[in-house]
Design a protein around this ligand. Sequence first.
Ligand code: AP5
Ligand code: MG
Length: 210
Amino acid sequence: MRILLMGAPGSGKGTQAGFIAEKANVSSVSSGDLFRKNLSDNTELGVLAKTYMDRGEYVPDDVTIRMVLDWVNDPSNISGFVLDGFPRTLPQAIALDKELGSVDKVIFFDVPTADLIERLSGRLICKTCQASFHKIFYPSKNGMICDQCPDDLYQRDDDKPDVVTNRLKVYMQETQPVIEYYDQQNKLINIDGSKSVDEVQSKLEIQLND
Ligand code: AP5
Ligand code: MG
């Protein structure tokens, strides 16, 4: 099963990726997490990506496509995976189709902009496992400590208000056409991502069993 997760910044891709991967019995990866891992390892790619991420811009297609296809082509991932946040430009979608033929399901989390801003402003991330929490909507049971790792939680640099505004703008310009691309292929599954985490999971479960 090859599954893509699409949706605006803060729409819940990272929150639901683990659940979806477990149900489909495959691994999941977030392109944003791959960039942040490169940055914490101080690689050339990580340093380059940071210059774009800090401004809320997309990292250039050539390096992004290479990084994600390397992960996809790993023998343990090639037959099935969940990709969170890739593709998000048309050249990325075309490169993925060229590499794989096609994907099975494209899950699109639909969330109103006002909710996205509220979610991103209160988000906390685990330093080690990158699990995503929210101060109010989805708090860790251990306060500022991850309840899965356990390591400290932090606020992402790109969740500051001015960067969030640009991320949402770039998303509308660059990623909206990718949603239409998969809709035309009849691959798109619309999920109302504005409901609670549990309600969204129930809807996902129905779609994954289909
Ligand atoms: P990335 O890390 O992928 O960021 P993003 O797409 O902006 O998405 P987010 O991770 O912010 O949101 P999410 O949908 O995962 O939401 P979450 O589950 O955390 O990318 C970062 C950067 O890397 C990009 O800006 C770009 O520079 C670069 N990049 C990455 N991929 C790229 C690509 N393909 N091409 C080029 N550049 C790329 O949830 C958000 C909050 O809401 C959390 O606090 C959570 O607890 C809460 N929440 C979740 N669900 C619910 C719910 N149902 N109800 C209430 N609260 C909820
Ligand atoms: Mg995420």
